[in-house]
Design a protein around this ligand. Sequence first.
Ligand code: SAH
Length: 394
Amino acid sequence: MKYLNVHLKAGKEESLKRFHPWIFSGAIHHIEGEPEEGEVVRVLTSKNEFIAVGHFQIGSIAVRVLSFADEPIDAAFWHRRLSVAYEMRRAIGVATRADNNTYRLVHGEGDNLPGLVIDVYGKTAVLQAHSVGMHVCRMQIAQALAEVMQGVIENIYYKSETTLPYKADLGQENGFIVGGSPDNVATEYGLKFHVDWLKGQKTGFFVDQRENRSLLERYAQGRSVLNMFCYTGGFSFYAMRGGAKLVHSVDSSAKAIDLTNRNVELNFPGDPRHTAYAEDAFKYLDRMGDQYDLIILDPPAFAKHKDALRNALQGYRKLNAKAFEKIKPGGILFTFSCSQVVTKDHFRTAVFTAAAMSGRRVRILHQLTQPADHPVNIYHPEGEYLKGLVLYVE
Ligand code: SAH
């Protein structure tokens, strides 16, 4: 192995002994040579003992650990890691159910592959690099993926234009690495969705709400539903299948509303219960009446960085306060935050404050999180990002 060695300062190996997968730049004593961003490096303690191998990057996180064994990061490595990831998705059922072909195959640190996301939509996998290291390895990863999922996956689309550090100046474009099928209808628990991996948000769909949508279906019977921040309309179709009386989907993006309407046609053609509105959430919540007794609030991450936390919490407070103010007595509120920097406690406090402002009696029915195909590495608790509360509002 000819990887360059990174030497840590004394004592800076402690978190690595507990398998935390990041090495901050301040922990580094010196580097032998000058690795390029994205290069694989070996990490040694101050006593010259091997401790990890990972991708070197420029920034506050200097190395993202790929392995705690002194092994080459080669075709066999990717093959092994992707096989384990696929096996796990089969074990939890998302990759084996006849009514589902939409799931996350690789969830970064949660699958011991920091910086890599792979979502599967039927015969197409969308591969997304969040680090230069994963970008550099994309062809090897795609090759291993094609092998591991032979007979399942026919197309691999690479979508990292907006997820890689801008300054890295890699000049890469989104596009198919393998295959190129335009067929983009995926099935989630028996419901069909057009997935816009070319231009859509994230990898084209929010796979992480599947179990929470499924829970919503159980509460939808006979209710009037508002799906706020609907994007592709995910929650709306579960509500319709669950017997909702009426479903209104709202998103500020006209493209999202267009996708939602197309997805209605796929699942419930001509169903008069559904209407979609392209409108700002706060404006809609202000002008709407009190007809809803099931409301979903699934906003985009209000805080992407720690310094935005205060404003984000205020945003969650304001948003939820409007729902508490308007929801019908006996109503159920599904409310979420997907900001990583907003902890479960932060979010709960923001929602609590909003409830108190309304003066209504509120009970917590469920505390929700991300699904099993978005696992949290036990040594990397930061990987827990999705938080949700299901509330009964008297
Ligand atoms: N609930 C969705 C995912 C929501 S993603 C699902 O299950 O798939 C967040 C969505 O909020 C995006 O589609 C974005 O267009 C929308 N959005 C962002 N700001 C908004 C605003 N001020 N008002 C309404 N929608 C907004």
